[in-house]
Design a protein around this ligand. Structure first.
Ligand code: SF4
Length: 373
């Protein structure tokens, strides 16, 4: 079982908080498509012939690709790999790209899941973020996708930024529930270095993010989602029973994946590699049939720590028996380091599995880092 991630390296405009790799110029789109086709062919053995269960178009803004361009990429993959008959094929999309015409065209492709970047249902908030869409487009795009027959939809929402009062946050969540979608991903606004938002805060044009507000809105998110029958299956991900993102769940289970296009990461169990985050350098390397990637060989410790980090973030928790099988006696150390988190009520244990409590989820990264080998 394996996955393929395709990182679309362009966007219409730069959201103020975003540090993903993208260019706002589409000038080299055709060259990039030729290059990615070549990369997929050159990397055909990366997954050791394992069946591809999921394909994920992320980015960047994948909905800037035409249906034909998406089909060319998917057909290249299906021509080189065994792709499962019920593969999950997700396209991240921005609401302003999902016109009726575009959706009809996408219906003819193999895309069977949408991840729609809603973020907020308030125009002033979307403007503050420098998003390209408006609030009414967010709602309309989800409804249009559903009318055309796409049922497997997830929406992204952001919380924890200065304009978002608790009242507005409740409104955004109510709007999402009204759309009757089976999956929601929700993230606290974080300040990444080298973003416009970081510069605004540094020059005092914007206030810093308020950690207390973010924590309270995360608590509200968890309670409201639970009350609406959503499973909180990963820190930032909620779904109606069984509607997990198969692609992302496989990342957390350590399933192999190949990432293509600039800045995409790949993982094959032994190594991690990441492509150059520069469109021109990427095109130039592929013209010489070279993969412009750096590689890190994963040590036993890397793998253990990654398991601690990812498993604790999920509702399936950290399996101590599994850890003991890999780390042997060293796993006992984890028992010592975790005791303070039990005392604080941030960790709980059921049989051989450790879980973050609701409050513990606020400190997930800190707890995981403290348990690292
Ligand atoms: S659309 Fe997405 S990837 Fe593009 S700038 Fe905005 S947040 Fe970043």
């Amino acid at each position: 079982m394996a996955g393929i991630y395709i990182h679309i390296p362009f966007c219409k405009r730069a959201c103020h908080y975003c540090d993903f790799h993208f260019s706002t110029s589409l000038k080299y789109k055709d060259d990039l498509i030729q290059a990615v086709i070549k990369e997929i062919k050159l990397q055909k053995n990366y997954l050791d012939g394992e069946t591809v269960e999921t394909v994920y178009f992320g980015g960047g803004t994948p909905s800037l690709l035409s249906a034909d361009e998406i089909s060319v990429i998917v057909n290249t993959i299906t021509g080189l790999h065994t792709v499962s008959a019920n593969a999950e094929i997700t396209l991240e999309a921005n609401p302003d790209d999902l016109s009726n015409e575009k959706l009809q065209a996408l219906r003819q492709t193999d895309i069977n899941r949408f991840s729609i970047g809603v973020q907020s249902f308030f125009d002033e908030d979307l403007e503050w973020m420098n998003r390209a869409h408006r609030a009414n487009e967010a709602e309309a795009s989800v409804k249009r996708a559903q009318d055309i027959g796409f049922e497997n939809i997830t929406a992204d929402l952001i919380y924890g930024y200065p304009l978002l009062t608790d009242q507005k946050w409740k409104h955004n969540l109510e709007k999402i529930f009204g759309l009757d979608i089976p999956h929601v991903s929700s993230y606290s606004m974080t300040i990444e270095p080298r973003t416009a938002l970081a510069a605004f805060i540094k020059t005092k044009k914007q206030p810093p993010m308020d950690e207390q507000q973010s924590a309270e809105q995360f608590m509200l998110l968890m309670e409201t989602m639970q009350a609406q029958g959503f499973e909180h299956y990963e820190i930032s991900n909620f779904c109606k029973p069984g509607n997990y993102s198969r692609h992302n769940s496989n990342y957390w289970r350590g399933v192999k994946y190949l990432g293509v296009w600039p800045s995409a990461h790949s993982y094959n169990g032994d190594t991690r590699q990441w492509n150059v985050a520069n469109n021109a350098k990427y095109i130039a390397a592929l013209a010489k049939s070279e993969i412009p990637a750096d590689t890190e060989i994963l040590t036993e410790t890397n793998r253990l720590n990654e398991y601690i980090m990812t498993s604790l973030r999920t509702m399936w928790g950290l399996d101590l028996k599994k850890l003991e099988n890999i780390a042997g006696g060293a796993a006992a150390e984890l028992g010592k380091s975790s005791s303070e988190f039990f005392e604080k009520g941030w960790l709980s244990q059921k049989e051989d599995t450790l879980f973050l409590t609701k409050t513990g989820k606020l400190y997930a990264d800190h707890i995981a880092a403290s348990l690292f080998f």
